[in-house]
Write a protein that binds this ligand. Structure first.
Ligand SMILES: Cc1ncc(COP(=O)(O)O)c(C=O)c1O
Length: 355
């Protein structure tokens, strides 16, 4: 055993890091594996005044801008380095390592599980039902976990949680658990946000990010929306200067009226491309299932997954084998790219269909 292994927290020795799209990599020119926006946005500028001083924390300007965009009180928002940091902070704040547990609803975003493992927190999976709906009856039996992660729209299935379902959960867990709704993709279906319920349910937390619809995955900016009490606790444990000033400057530009209308135009274009993609591929031989999606990706089930992957790979198209948690099979998640890229995906899938 080397010194690092000898001193390392034992539970971390067997940790499997999150298999992010960049970590997995891939060869090809068309990257449709990370649910990024395919439109580059290089027009942002950063301050010319230098960076020798620590930034203001929390940044009232950024909080104000996001508060206006989200129609949510600024004092109930925390700026974080991407929604992933929000997940980590919640686990760190509310789950005692080796004692507490959290609930996930697989198939879902893999980071909840990985972050729990890093903090030595047990994960209780409550699998979704066959059409990927939440299993409310089973969830209602889980009253001993501190956090319940609900991803909506869910990655990788693209469906949203219903309001009645969520209200039932919030009532059930009123005195026992925080329900964390991960709204990373909410700009693709803003009518499905649950942020308005936070004022009545202090056990509701909503995660947001600028990585998806805003097209700013490299900037690393996200937000936690919650009761004042939850935000105050998270603020105590976050790093002293969490957000680099250039991040804040860029995020502020994306949140101007011009930035928001550009985001909304991009969202409209992605939704148009998603629906036309689904229409073009739904009858292809050997595509067993196309899951309807409220987000910027679509989950496809193949009869011959390897053949589909080979043909997509030959066309330089990199897609994502989702974090299935053993519940979906022969499936690939394809992020919606530009019209040109989606044309190439359709052509490759048609080739796959022509046996
Ligand atoms: C559901 C979900 N939540 C959170 C994240 C991470 O977001 P961020 O880039 O803000 O850390 C992702 C990224 O793919 C995601 O799919």
């Amino acid at each position: 055993m080397n010194i690092a292994q000898k001193l390392c927290c034992p539970h971390l020795l067997k940790i499997e890091p999150y298999q992010s799209a960049r970590r997995i990599g891939g060869s090809g020119e068309i990257w449709l594996n990370a649910n990024e926006l395919p439109f580059p946005n290089a027009e942002f500028t950063v301050s010319s005044e230098g960076y020798n001083r620590y930034p203001e924390v929390p940044s009232s300007a950024l909080l104000g801008s996001y508060s206006a965009h989200a129609s949510f009180p600024a004092e109930q928002i925390l700026c974080v380095r991407g929604a992933d940091e929000g997940i980590e902070l919640l686990i760190r704040c509310f789950c005692n390592p080796g004692i507490d547990s959290l609930v996930i609803t697989p198939p879902t975003y893999g980071m909840y599980q990985v972050s729990a493992a890093i903090h030595n927190v047990e994960v209780v999976p409550v699998p979704r039902k066959p059409a990927f709906e939440l299993d409310i009856a089973s969830l209602k039996k889980q009253l001993s976990s501190k956090l319940v992660f609900i991803c909506s729209p869910n990655n990788p299935t693209g469906n949203v949680a219903g309001k009645e379902e969520l209200l039932e959960l919030l009532e059930t867990y009123r005195d026992t658990s925080l329900v964390v709704v991960d709204e990373a993709y909410i700009e693709f279906c803003p009518e499905h946000t649950f942020s308005g319920l936070i004022q009545d349910y202090p056990n509701l937390v909503v995660l947001r990010t600028m990585s998806k619809a805003f097209g700013m995955a490299a900037v690393r900016c996200g937000f936690v929306l919650a009761s004042r009490e939850v935000i105050d606790l998270l603020s105590c444990i976050i790093a002293p200067y969490p957000l680099p000033l250039p991040v804040e400057e860029i995020a502020m530009q994306a949140l101007t009226a011009k930035g928001i209308s550009r985001m909304q135009a991009n969202v409209a274009e992605i939704i148009r491309l998603r629906e036309s993609f689904i229409n073009e591929i739904r009858d292809i031989d050997g595509i067993e299932k196309v899951t309807p999606s409220h987000a910027n990706f679509v989950l496809l089930e193949f009869k011959d997954e390897q053949r589909a992957l080979d043909i997509l790979g030959d066309a330089g198209i990199v897609v994502r084998t989702p974090y299935t948690q053993g519940l979906i099979f022969n499936s690939q998640r394809i992020s919606i790219g530009t019209a040109e890229q989606m044309g190439k995906v359709v052509a490759a899938l048609k080739k796959y269909g022509d046996n």
